[in-house]
Design a protein around this ligand. Structure first.
Ligand SMILES: NC(=O)c1ccc[n+]([C@@H]2O[C@H](COP(=O)([O-])OP(=O)(O)OC[C@H]3O[C@@H](n4cnc5c(N)ncnc54)[C@H](OP(=O)(O)O)[C@@H]3O)[C@@H](O)[C@H]2O)c1
Length: 448
């Protein structure tokens, strides 16, 4: 916080003071006591929603005093109180008397430098920037602590679901062993669209883009980078292990097709992009990949752009959190909740429990697997494949083949009993060059 500590304030039960709107005039707020002055940098999807909540519904102790926006002009907003200072110069906001800077610009830089400047100036910071927190979270938390400020980033994972505070504080009494979930709403929308409409991945992505659920370049979502950044943050918050984004095994959902959902059904499953981190002694395993999940699992029931996180504790078992993982308003709720907590805490930063460096980052895991092969049909194909899998000591559980496909491009699925993913990959490397393949095999783990 600034040189003056934030006043202790508990506004529960207080009626929010709203702006008094005179005809043709901007709202003007009455003076308040015990305020936490908030400066907002970035006035995009989330920034605008945060500003609106702060101006129209915020607890009395939070006061939006500054907004820094490059593109939007203040005159475009008739709901912004007159006393909010509007600037396109971030330095004006950083050198002002705000107590908390809310960074909603995104990306590593210049957002990172602005946050460092704010912390060095003794201010606290609230951000929704998952990329920055995944890459520089520990360094920024340390700086906040040294400077007597706080850094809160509850909105950086799972949007409106308060999962970071739930793992860090709500479940602090347990020893969490595993965190898994659906952390990328774009992928979940795309997969559930393929599942329900039977469309191709390209068509589902196009639809997601039209509806604003996917970026023009959706690579970070589809290839798991976005979810890997969120998983690294969750692993630090819940499992207390330092995990870099690069430590997370990543596989794209781009190979998943409508036919995989039909075969998955036969196995009592559906397909989701699952993010999962688990600790075992001194080792950690973390992956973001498309996987078959059993239909009764909470993961299977997540539809559209929703998010879900399941935390598994040694003592408390499974706890499930679900809700809107993105969108201006849900994410803004998480940002404002962080502001409320900061103002209430009024401390110089009770640090979250330290995350330890694991001795080993495991990249292999055991599970049953599903592999779809698409071949130009001829006798002996299954026998050739079976010989390679048997050489690798991998047991076939069942072979599934649906009728109605041409012999020139015939899909079938082999379900494998639990085996090492690395060993299966070695076997697949051996079969890939076989001349009967029309397209490369698609391999997905089956999670229980
Ligand atoms: N949208 C979501 O659903 C969601 C969910 C969870 C977390 N988040 C995170 O929330 C943050 C903001 O996301 P958003 O969706 O609100 O993004 P957005 O709509 O693209 O808004 C970003 C804002 O930052 C401004 N900005 C960008 N670069 C700037 C620069 N160099 N100098 C000054 N201003 C700059 C932009 O101004 P211009 O308009 O002038 O370019 C815009 O106002 C990101 O970290 C994102 O990962 C978003």
């Amino acid at each position: 916080m600034n040189s003056e500590p934030l006043p202790l304030c508990n506004w529960f039960g207080e009626t929010p003071k709203r702006g008094v709107m005179a005809r043709g005039k901007r709202p003007v707020r009455s003076a308040r006591v015990a305020e936490c002055r908030v400066g907002l940098v970035g006035f995009g999807t989330v920034g605008r929603s945060v500003a609106r909540i702060l101006c129209e519904r915020a607890p009395a102790s939070l006061r939006l005093t500054h907004v820094c926006s490059r593109r939007i002009r203040r005159r475009e907003l008739d709901w912004l109180p007159e006393d909010v200072r509007w600037t396109d110069d971030v330095n004006e906001l950083l050198s002002s008397n705000v107590d908390v800077v809310v960074e909603l610009v995104g990306g590593l830089e210049p957002a990172g430098e602005w946050i460092r400047s704010a912390l060095r100036a003794g201010k606290s910071v609230v951000t929704a920037n998952k990329r920055l927190i995944a890459h520089c979270g520990p360094e920024l938390l340390e700086l906040a602590h040294q400077m007597g400020g706080q850094l809160a980033f509850g909105a950086s994972v799972a949007g409106g679901i308060p999962v970071i505070s739930a793992l860090q504080d709500g479940l602090a009494g347990d020893c969490l062993l595993q965190v898994r979930g659906i952390l990328n709403g774009t992928c979940n929308y795309v997969l559930t669209e393929i599942e329900s409409a039977g469309v191709s991945l390209a068509a589902a992505v196009e639809e997601a883009q039209k509806l604003g659920f996917a970026e023009a370049d959706p690579s970070e979502d589809l290839d798991g980078l976005d979810a890997a950044a969120k998983l690294a943050i969750l692993a630090r918050a819940g499992l207390r292990v330092q995990l870099r984004v690069e430590d997370v095994l990543r596989r794209s959902i781009r190979d998943v097709a409508a036919i995989d959902f039909r075969y998955a059904r036969e196995l009592g499953c559906t397909i989701r992009q699952v993010s999962r981190a688990e600790v075992s002694g001194d080792s950690v395993f973390a992956a973001v990949q498309p996987a078959l999940v059993p239909l009764p699992s909470p993961l299977a029931r997540v539809q559209g752009s929703q998010n879900l996180v399941i935390a598994t504790g040694e003592f408390g078992g499974e706890t499930v959190f679900s809700g809107f993982g993105a969108g201006g308003d849900p994410t803004a709720v998480a940002v404002v909740s962080d502001l409320v907590s900061l103002a209430k805490a009024n401390t110089n930063g009770a640090r979250p429990a330290a995350a330890r460096a694991p001795k080993e980052i495991r990249s292999d895991f055991f599970s049953p697997h599903y592999v779809r092969f698409t071949v130009k049909d001829r006798p002996g194909i299954i026998a050739s494949l079976a010989a390679v899998f048997s050489e690798h000591q991998i047991n076939i559980d069942s072979v599934l083949q649906k009728p109605g496909y041409p012999k020139s491009s015939l899909p079938f699925v082999i379900a494998f009993e639990a085996c090492s993913a690395a060993l299966l990959e070695q076997a697949l490397d051996k079969v890939r060059p076989m001349e009967f393949f029309v397209q490369p095999p698609v391999s997905l783990p089956v999670l229980n």
